[in-house]
Design a protein around this ligand. Structure first.
Ligand SMILES: C[S@@+](CC[C@H](N)C(=O)[O-])C[C@H]1O[C@@H](n2cnc3c(N)ncnc32)[C@H](O)[C@@H]1O
Length: 279
């Protein structure tokens, strides 16, 4: 629906840039528009009107949170590294005040398309040059995750790390999620940051959550697909990490846009943000 001629590409990755360009003052994603065409814009507008009009705004909020955290990390650790799992078409490496080495992990066709497009954008001067390593991995498969964590361990090479999983975990089956957190816990070291987003199981009561499940069931041709949701206790009980912050969209709105009323809980599909420090 949102592929705009780029068959096989993850639809939502284009959509998310469209969300972030809807309020650049908030999202601070000055490069979001590079990924968005007029037809994607029109489809996105229609999609939001039909489903949840709050979606563009909450995506700007979460992007701002992670950009602020990453900016602080990169300034404090100029020799540190950023790992973005399920990176999609995010632009974080280009938005940081202190550019740091970045590794982006996604499905092969996503990474290949992004790498080519970034090269064109860098060559034309639309984007500055950045040091990004791309790794293809299927994060739904525990064996692939084990291989990936070994690769990341080598790439990180003991440097301070910030690992992000934004809009990814609901795609992955629970055994893969467990393998992922265990593997990351084994390669990060004391003081490193892990930032993740996920739905709380209570969200499944909302109509918008059921719509999302149906959307994915169609997209994956799997009538049994259910987005994976995680309770806060999942993060509290991770052996290698301490949960240092947990934000929902209402808290983020209060912080970043105190004058903006997000409305009732029912009108927002809440994917919460969790910030963890390695113990
Ligand atoms: C909703 S998009 C979010 C993209 C980006 N993190 C953002 O917030 O804009 C989900 C991303 O996860 C990736 N993804 C989904 N399932 C995956 C899998 N099994 N292995 C690797 N990446 C996956 C998709 O290709 C896509 O880039």
């Amino acid at each position: 629906m949102f592929t705009d001629g780029n068959n096989n590409l993850e639809d939502t990755a284009f959509l998310w840039n469209c969300f972030r360009e809807s309020n650049i003052t908030l999202s601070r994603d000055h490069f979001a528009s590079l990924w968005v065409t007029d037809s994607v814009r029109a489809t996105t507008r229609q999609h939001c009107d039909d489903t949840l009009p709050s979606e563009p705004f909450v995506h700007c909020l979460r992007h701002r949170l992670f950009l602020d955290l990453l900016s602080g990390f990169s300034t404090q650790h100029p020799q540190g590294v950023f790992v973005n799992l399920g990176a999609g078409f995010t632009n974080y490496p280009y938005l940081l005040p202190t550019p740091i080495a970045t590794c982006e992990v996604d499905q092969r066709f996503m990474g290949e398309y992004k790498q080519k497009k970034l090269q064109e954008l860098e060559d034309s001067g639309a984007l500055p040059k950045r040091d990004i390593t791309f790794i293809a991995s299927d994060l739904a498969v525990p064996q692939a995750i084990q291989k990936l964590t070994a690769q990341l361990d080598q790439w990180i090479a003991g440097r301070p790390s910030f690992i992000l999983m934004e809009g990814l975990l609901y795609y992955l089956p629970q055994p893969a999620v467990n393998t992922l957190f265990k593997g990351l816990g084994e390669i990060q070291k004391k003081g490193d940051t892990l930032a993740a987003m996920s739905f709380r199981p209570e969200e499944s009561r909302k109509a918008a959550y059921r719509d999302l499940a149906i959307y994915f069931q169609r997209q994956f041709n799997n009538p049994n697909f259910q987005p994976t949701a995680l309770p806060r206790s999942f993060y509290e009980n991770l052996p290698h990490y301490q949960l240092t912050a947990h934000y929902n969209y209402f808290e983020l709105a209060k912080h970043y846009t105190p004058d903006h009323d997000l409305g009732r809980s029912e009108s927002v599909l809440e994917e919460d943000s969790y910030i963890l420090l390695h113990k």
